[in-house]
Design a protein around this ligand. Structure first.
Ligand code: FAD
Length: 428
């Protein structure tokens, strides 16, 4: 080993783990990445459907997400990042309706005509507000102050319930403001739809390329290796236990797992960090992906305001140019009771048949159901656990959970880049 070279073990080969591995190996550290799946990518990794690789989950970038754009440029993907003007709508009373420009807002019974005034006032408010002020305020309380009752009850409340279930009333206004601000970067007030970026083929190409770079720089990958236990002694990680054997901790261990998942692995260690991390609220995601014989609608994104469990219908193939029709139907679930693949698929087909006749089971040529625990952090108003938590729960253990990215409240590729950079800096 060279002088100054560190030995670092990374848990997880998702975007965050790969970025940390790439940066550390570039400066000469000896890096091992342990990944329980057979391939890299995490949420970005691919699945096979209809004989082609597609993203396991839908991804896009917004125009103001400069770090992702810069990362793609650095990895020679500049010409593969394509920008599309795509349309949005809502599903209400089993009908898909446009909801992506002032005229469509007025046409929908979601908002009384005066809502255009409220929307403009709200947009101006978000532009001027000090985000720190919003930390302690529940999003719905904030919305009730600035938007009409009809808009809050018929639009915002169902959206928040679909995403955060029992936590909907307690979600922080800051989370909502950060999301709306990002969205504003992709919209023109009088234009239809919004401008979103997509990596041709899918964002698994980004994580594949990072993994290739890492391998060239000497990173060792162990795929199909799940860390089952983290042995701790005297405030330090001693070793990582896997079904395939024990790995000594080396100089540092970087976890890219959600805080409650990491806390569940720490053996013989029960301090305040662990207790808080264990109770950190997360939603699980169950997502039905369907390959269809034809397009469902002109919309890329349809938010569901009806009772059906699905949060949205996302026609990701609006970003494709090969005649494929691919849709994603995510459901956010709490608690982590996430199996039931068959019933999820059956419910999806039944619901789509009502909303998009003549769609029926024969319209589906292939399907996949993806399930992940700990996929959506729940950012609660007035929750000081973020400020309290540290990126370094133990002397030689660093954590990159989205919850630890205070003051930001985002779970995106952009945020993963920020968290990876923070951990690399801490490692000195
Ligand atoms: C449904 C959905 C849609 C999304 N859409 C977007 C979007 O449009 N735009 C955007 O910017 N972001 C989006 N994201 C977020 C984005 O995918 C992530 O922020 C990004 O991929 C970074 O993930 P990560 O590396 O932090 O975590 P992950 O991708 O979860 O990586 C963690 C890795 O750790 C592995 N692992 C877990 N436990 C163990 C263990 N015990 N031992 C070994 N390995 C383990 C996992 O298999 C995984 O590979 C979306 C996420 C989801 C779930």
């Amino acid at each position: 080993m060279n002088a100054g070279q560190k030995q670092v073990a990374i848990l997880g080969a998702g975007l965050t783990g790969l970025l940390v591995a790439e940066a550390l190996s570039r400066r000469g550290d000896a890096v091992v990445v342990l990944e329980r799946e057979a391939q890299p990518g995490g949420f970005c990794r691919s699945v096979n459907i209809g004989g082609r690789r597609v993203e396991r989950y839908y991804h896009h970038v917004f125009p103001n997400e400069t770090p992702v754009v810069e990362l793609l440029n650095r990895l020679d993907f500049a010409s593969d990042l394509k920008w599309f003007r795509v349309r949005q709508g809502v599903i209400q009373n089993n009908t898909a309706k446009a909801y992506d420009n002032p005229w469509s807002y007025l046409r929908q019974a979601l908002s009384p005509p005066t809502d255009l005034f409220f929307d403009l006032r709200f947009a101006a408010r978000i532009g001027a507000v000090d985000l720190a002020e919003l930390d302690r305020l529940p999003a719905l309380a904030w919305l009730r102050r600035w938007q009409s009752r009809t808009k809050v009850e018929r639009f915002w409340l169902p959206l928040l319930i679909k995403k955060f279930g029992p936590f909907a009333e307690r979600i922080s206004a800051r989370w909502l403001a950060e999301r709306v601000t990002t969205r504003q970067s992709s919209k023109g007030w009088m234009q239809r739809g919004e401008t979103l970026g997509h990596l041709a083929g899918g964002f698994f190409r980004l994580t594949d390329r990072l993994a290739e770079r890492c391998a060239k720089q000497g990173v060792t990958f162990q795929f199909g290796v799940e860390v089952q236990k983290i042995e701790v002694r005297d405030g330090r990680v001693l070793a990582l236990d896997t079904a395939q054997g024990k790995l000594p901790a080396g100089d540092a261990v970087v976890s890219t797992l959600a805080s409650p998942a990491l806390a569940g692995l720490l053996e013989n260690h029960d301090d305040e960090w662990v207790r808080i991390a264990r109770a950190t609220p997360y939603m699980s995601c169950r997502c039905v992906t369907l390959l269809l014989s034809r397009s469902l609608s002109p919309f890329y994104w349809l938010s569901n305001l009806d009772a059906a469990d699905f949060a949205a219908v996302i026609e990701q193939s609006k970003f494709f140019d090969d005649g494929t029709h691919l849709i994603y139907l995510p459901q956010y679930i709490f608690p982590t009771s996430i199996e039931q693949k068959e019933s999820a698929k059956k419910n999806a087909v039944e619901w789509l048949s009502k909303v998009f006749p003549p769609f029926n089971a024969d319209s589906v040529s292939e399907d996949i159901v993806s399930i992940d625990a700990f996929s959506q952090p729940v950012f609660l108003a007035g929750d000081d656990r973020q400020k309290w938590q540290t990126l370094r729960p133990l002397a030689n253990l660093l954590a990159t959970d989205a919850y630890l990215d205070y003051p930001h409240q985002r779970r995106t590729m952009n945020a993963a880049i920020r968290r990876a950079a923070a951990v690399v800096e801490l490692l000195g």
